[in-house]
Ligand binder design. Structure first.
Ligand code: ZN
Length: 438
């Protein structure tokens, strides 16, 4: 065998080996609806989570009904057949619009949504995912309950609603705030919505239930309600250099400027960012209540500050800032036990700016309890806790002068007065008596 022929064979072997390797490195795509559509209207947005380490080349969405199949959306990406092994694509969520606007043959009844992807590698494997959904072409409409809704400004309220027609989102609006609804167990299609009437909502604001589908006008309905306006307290809070030193060094050690400037940043900007973090935790909620009994108020505690006190910060005789205190300050003893107010799931157990060492417990349907300034945290995120279980010890971490527990609750991300949730009668009148149960 001549040298050139041997060389030729060597090249063939290398190329074949490379092709086999590239072929073997090709992989399937994992697909999941995010979330799965239950109904489809004129133009319904659906999301699909796509994961393939090499990415995907084409994505096709089709809708099928009675033997008719229509491509409603298609996306093609540049192919990288032989260099795919150098790229590593993370999972992505692709959104499509499906519905009557894109597939004129659709009529009311069952239809199938099919998403097909081809992977971006040598074998270009095809994977599909499909889901059956109801085509509903009537516009959204919504009805609500016949209960009398007595609402405290700064408090919570609970309402039942039944959306029908083509709807995707349904819940309650109070001024600019939107509150989600969740299916009532065993009572489909009825839903429940827990909403907040925030302390700063003008008391003449009418809450409404709504149903919408992102295309066309939304449906709304009113329920009977009466708001009790609240007069919140004003308090002066004297602060000194020792307090400022402690706070700025603990919460914003790298900050610049004089003590007062650094404090004002913490009390304003950092406070707003921390409250946003708390509010965003609303998405980590269970679609059902995790509790049955009323919420516990820290036993034997002295209330040092009530919900929505307007605090004026006084330094060397001068008013330097004002903030609304959206919680209760409860003092017992130094490093006293901090107990879970009710059954739930820990969704935050870590330092959080002005709140110091902080725990947030989810109780379901967007209802969550918040515990701040702890000296010690004894639970982990993801852990289930039961009413009265010790979760840590009180302290003075974060924006706190002395040892106490800052306790508050939130409804779908809006902080509310916890007194209603401490009151078994209120819970009976506003929640339990309205739930038929499965
Ligand atoms: Zn506080």
């Amino acid at each position: 065998m001549s040298k050139s022929i041997a060389f030729f064979f060597l090249i063939v072997v290398i190329l074949a080996g490379a092709a086999v390797a590239l072929f073997a490195m090709s992989s399937h795509t994992s697909l999941a609806f995010n979330p799965a559509p239950s109904t489809i209207g004129a133009a319904t947005a659906i999301g699909v989570r796509i994961a393939n380490p090499h990415g995907v080349r084409t994505i096709t969405a089709r809708i099928e009904q009675d033997g008719n199949s229509t491509i409603v959306d298609q996306e093609t990406k540049p192919a990288t057949r032989f260099t795919f092994w150098r790229t590593h694509a993370g999972p992505e969520i692709i959104h499509f619009i499906v519905g009557k606007d894109r597939a004129s043959h659709l009529k009311e009844g069952k239809a199938r949504v099919i998403v097909e992807v081809r992977s971006n590698d040598l074998r270009a494997l095809t994977d599909t995912i499909a889901v059956d959904a109801d085509v509903v072409l009537r516009p959204p409409s919504v009805t609500t309950d016949g209960f009398q809704h007595y609402i405290n400004q700064g408090g919570s309220e609970f309402v039942l609603l039944t959306p029908t027609g083509s709807w995707q989102e349904a819940g309650v609006r109070v001024g600019p705030a939107t509150f989600r609804s969740f299916p009532e167990p065993g009572q489909s299609p009825q839903r429940v919505s827990l909403f907040a009437y925030s302390w700063d909502t003008p008391p003449d604001t009418a809450p409404v239930v709504f149903a919408s589908n992102g295309a066309g006008p939304e449906a709304t309905a009113h329920f009977w309600f009466k708001v009790f306006p609240k007069k919140f307290r004003s308090r002066d809070l004297s602060i000194d250099d020792a307090f400022l030193e402690k706070v700025v060094n603990q919460i914003d050690p790298g900050g610049s400027g004089d003590l007062v400037t650094r404090f004002l940043k913490i009390n304003g900007e950092v406070r707003r960012a921390n409250n946003k973090t708390l509010s965003d935790l609303r998405l980590k909620t269970e679609p059902r209540f995790l509790w049955t009994q009323s919420f516990l108020q820290l036993a034997g505690s002295q209330v040092e500050s009530a919900f929505a006190d307007l605090r004026t910060y006084v330094y060397k005789g001068k008013k330097i800032d004002q903030q609304v205190h959206l919680g209760f300050d409860l003092a017992t003893v130094q490093h006293g036990p901090v107990l879970a107010a009710n059954d739930g799931k820990v969704i935050w157990a870590a330092p959080l700016g002005i709140y110091g060492n902080c725990i947030v417990v989810d109780h379901g349907l967007g209802l969550q309890s918040i515990y701040g300034h702890l000296s010690e945290i004894a639970v982990k995120e993801g852990e289930m806790v039961s009413r009265g279980q010790q979760m840590g010890k009180s302290g003075s971490t974060g924006l706190a002068g002395g040892d106490h527990l800052h306790f508050t609750m939130q409804v779908d991300g809006v902080q509310v007065n916890p007194v209603e949730w401490w009151d078994d009668h209120w819970i009976n009148d506003h929640i339990r008596s309205r739930l038929k149960g499965p």
